[in-house]
Design a binder for this molecule. Structure first.
Ligand code: ATP
Ligand code: MG
Length: 292
């Protein structure tokens, strides 16, 4: 027993080494010295200037010299085929990665000049692979802004905006309903219902930039339409970026940008892009024709 105990200690200490390495890990993206607070309210918006980007360890760049502007007050839909780099653009805006070359400006200053944590507080984003936490409904929504965990009014308001309110009201313990199947009394939701709960996270934040990356993929068309309407109302003088493969929703945006081969190849309103008879109108017609 003594020997096997010693060999156990030796075994486990290997994991301890991993743990120590993990604790020593520091984020590579940090605020610079004398970092600025992001402007409130933001006046101009975001601008990508000659942005090139290559994932670490990869050999082919996703973008080389990408240029575009997103003005405050605009509701922009970003479309493009799978793997064109739409989510990558979101990761660059939220500074999960920095561009390999070029600059991203917020109100005329490089994103790197701003405090990273403060910048991220100004951006509400739901990624397409959002996380389903085995926690209560309240906690699932409050991960969007943990300081509002006990602020029932704000949590209900966020859930109203994301169309999750009717769902939450049906639970016997409402906001305190345990979600997921891991814990006793937990209730599993459908894909679309989880999405509504996750969406409320973005609405809980008082962010000036709101980004939804295919957050509505498992919502039924009526629900997606409603979410988009609320999203549009909510973002009156903010900046809203919406990524979707569903053109019935995309057409409601003020401005549509088509990303292809690392470039914005088309940019304009639904009507102007349809008139142009380019990539957008082709993609739109393909989807529309399957409903006729
Ligand atoms: N962490 C990573 N490391 C290396 N390559 C990556 C990484 N993440 C994404 N990629 C690659 O970058 C490219 C763009 O990916 P991205 O997720 O931005 O596409 P997307 O336009 O959002 O596609 P989809 O419509 O499927 O969501 C893809 O070719 C992908 O394989
Ligand atoms: Mg994506």
């Amino acid at each position: 027993m003594i020997f096997s105990l010693f060999s156990d200690v030796a075994d486990q200490s290997l994991f301890l080494h991993d743990l120590m390495l993990f604790f020593r890990e520091r984020p590579e993206i940090r605020s610079c010295k004398d970092s600025l607070l992001p402007p409130r309210p933001m006046k101009v918006g975001l601008e990508f200037q000659n942005v090139s980007f290559l994932y670490p360890g990869s050999t082919s760049p996703i973008f080389t010299g990408l240029n575009f502007r997103l003005d405050m007050g605009q509701r922009v839909a970003l479309v493009g085929e799978n793997g064109e780099g739409k989510t990558t653009i979101v990761k660059l805006i939220t500074r999960l990665y920095d561009p390999s070359a070029g600059r991203i400006l917020l109100d005329g200053r490089d994103l790197k000049d701003y405090d990273v944590d403060e910048l991220r507080k100004e951006i509400g984003v739901i990624f397409q692979d959002f996380i389903r936490y085995d926690l209560t409904a309240r906690e699932n929504i409050a991960v969007g802004d943990i300081e509002k965990l006990d602020d029932d009014a704000s949590i209900w308001e966020a859930s109203r905006k994301s169309n999750a309110m009717d769902l939450l009201e049906q639970f016997p313990t409402q906001l305190d309903q345990m979600l997921g199947r891991r814990f006793e009394g937990g209730l599993d939701l459908s894909g679309g219902e989880w999405q509504r709960v996750a969406l409320a996270r973005a609405f809980l934040r008082d962010a000036q930039i709101l980004i939804l990356d295919e957050p509505t993929a498992s919502l039924d068309p009526m629900a997606e339409h409603e979410v988009f309407q609320k999203f549009a109302d909510l973002t009156q003088d903010r900046l809203a970026l919406f990524i979707s493969h569903r053109f019935s929703t995309v057409r409601m945006a003020d401005r549509i940008m088509v990303l292809s081969k690392g470039k914005i190849i088309e940019d304009g309103s639904h009507d102007s892009l349809m008139e142009k008879q380019g990539t957008y109108s082709r993609l739109f017609d393909v989807q529309a024709s399957s409903y006729r």
